[in-house]
Design a protein around this ligand. Structure first.
Ligand code: UD1
Ligand code: CA
Length: 487
């Protein structure tokens, strides 16, 4: 293995992005752009020098988390061009060869760099660089073949003939340190951009009869990202690569072109992913799961056989095996649902745990709640966890049945095997095996409905017109034929 230090250039201003934030921190499939090449270099075990400026210093925060060995930060306080950026890194050239790449190439692969290393060594080249045929060469430096070697002409400096060349500079160079030391200071800024171009080194190698090797590679491995449109293009390629990977691992995508899967997601075999699904962050999905259409799962863990039905959102949560979430459910932050349970339509669960074989199937909010096993939560149940100042806990033990439309005011405990009658407002603990009823007792008035229809009922509401509107059906309801005509 050769001695190589990688220099990654990341000090530029992202002028063509037109955003305040540096382009290098925009995500490509859930990972900031700059981390893509850096993680490939990490896999290759290369020491890295990262050239930053005050415009890109925020990059440090995320790079430091990677824990790259022998990482050196280089400051390029004035951005005078890619050649100048490499000059700034001089003090870190501690290996015999220097691999230079740009921070805006998120599709670069380990295989590509390994192949480059091998060919550089085989040829004993002074300069090895990559070129490619771009679908649209706009913005790239054109590679001009000379009698001995090559030169790279930046688009702004091209004459008409040069601009028509479709072979472009990919932006990855493997250079002997001795060559760099000799020629890096000979770069000048006599060009259309008045910048020190790194690319001029290739022409210098030709002029000095140094051994230069050009390797043509696939465009999709070396696309540069200068604009938000190019970001979208590379993300589509990355997304397709990720999905192809999981297809090879036995994951079925029902409508793959509408699905998004981030880089760090893991999916077990025999899992089915529906249309429009987004799997984000560090999500881990087990085997034989189903994530149905338009659901979003982020930073969450689903055990084998779990099912997330259509239009559900699972965020920073955990779902046990064979448990069903949705349709239209929301596991908000920090929900843990045990195995064989069901969280159904329009149910939100936040900062709560639910045991196994428990159910909350319709229209419920569970916040700061601890539910045991075999609990049934009726439709429309709400845990009132917030009093305007603090959050309080609701504990519902095993085998409890909570009747529909109950309001449970925390802090409160409902002990094992208890029943809560539908429509109750519970603000006191319910002992084991008890039935809690906390609602107005019902009275029935015989014959009263008939009187209402005939308009003979005495006004008990205090406002006669309200009563009239409430009980008058005439004209308010359309007949079947009217409805059909409207359709
Ligand atoms: C560069 C190449 C071009 C090549 C293309 C491939 C030069 C002069 N041109 O053009 O031949 O076809 O990449 O994608 O090298 N940077 C610094 N300091 C600076 C300027 C830039 O660190 O002073 C960094 C940027 O943050 C970026 C990288 O260098 O990550 C490349 O700069 P960019 O301006 O994107 O170069 P291109 O115009 O794309
Ligand atoms: Ca670029």
């Amino acid at each position: 293995m050769m001695n190589i230090r990688a220099i990654v250039l990341a000090a530029g201003q992202s002028v063509r992005f037109k955003t305040k934030k540096t382009k290098l921190l925009f995500d490509v499939c859930g990972r900031p752009m700059i981390l893509h090449p850096l993680m490939v270099l990490q896999e290759l075990g290369l020491p890295v020098s990262l050239v930053l400026s005050n415009k890109t210093s925020a990059v440090k925060d995320i790079v430091s988390e990677l824990g790259l060995p022998q990482l050196a930060y280089v400051d390029q306080s004035e951005q005078l061009g890619t050649g100048h950026a490499v000059q700034c890194s001089r003090a870190t050239w501690d290996q015999d060869n220097v691999l230079i790449l740009y921070g805006d190439m998120p599709l670069v692969t380990k295989e590509l760099l390994l192949d480059m290393q091998q060919k550089h060594a085989e040829q004993d080249a002074d300069v090895t660089f990559l070129s490619t045929y771009a679908n649209n060469p706009h913005g790239y430096g054109r590679v001009i073949e000379l009698e001995a070697g090559y030169k790279i002409v930046e688009e702004k400096d091209c004459n008409e003939q040069e601009r028509a060349v479709e072979l472009v500079n990919a932006g990855i160079y493997l250079i002997k340190r001795s060559f760099l030391e000799e020629y890096i200071d000979s770069l000048d800024a006599n060009n259309a951009s008045q910048e020190f171009y790194l690319t001029d080194l290739v022409g210098k190698a030709a002029a000095q009869d140094k051994k230069t090797q050009m390797i043509k590679v696939a465009y999709d491995d070396v696309r540069g990202v200068n604009t938000l449109k190019q970001l979208w293009e590379v993300e589509q390629i990355k997304r397709a690569r990720i999905i192809h990977h999981w297809m090879r691992e036995g994951v079925r995508f029902e409508f793959a072109q509408t699905t998004h899967v981030d880089c760090d997601v893991e999916i077990g075999a025999d899992t089915v992913i529906g249309a429009g699904v987004q799997l984000l962050g560090k999500t881990i999905i087990g085997q034989e799961c189903q994530i149905k259409q338009y659901s979003v799962v982020e930073n969450s863990k689903l055990a084998d056989g779990a099912r997330v039905l259509a239009h559900s959102v699972v965020n920073n949560s955990r779902v046990g095996s064979n448990t069903v979430i949705g349709p239209f459910a929301h596991l908000n932050t920090n929900a843990t649902i045990g195995r064989d349970s069901h969280i159904g339509n329009f149910v939100e669960v936040k900062n709560s745990t639910v045991g196994y074989h428990s159910k909350a199937k319709h229209l419920t909010y569970l916040g700061n709640a601890r539910l045991g096993d075999h609990v049934n939560v009726g439709a429309g149940t709400i845990t009132c966890n917030y009093d305007g100042i603090s959050k309080h806990e609701t504990v519902i033990k095993d085998n409890v049945f909570v009747g529909s439309n109950s309001t449970i005011i925390a802090p409160v405990h409902i002990e094992k095997d208890a029943y809560v009658a539908a429509g109750s407002t519970i603000n006191r603990n319910v002992p084991e095996k008890s039935l809690a009823i906390a609602r107005e007792r019902q009275t029935n008035k015989p014959g009263y409905a008939e009187k209402l229809r005939q308009g003979k009922a005495p006004d008990t509401s205090g406002s006669s017109s309200d009563t009239e509107n409430t009980y008058s059906f005439k004209g308010a309801v359309k007949t079947d034929t009217e409805c059909k005509q409207n359709v």
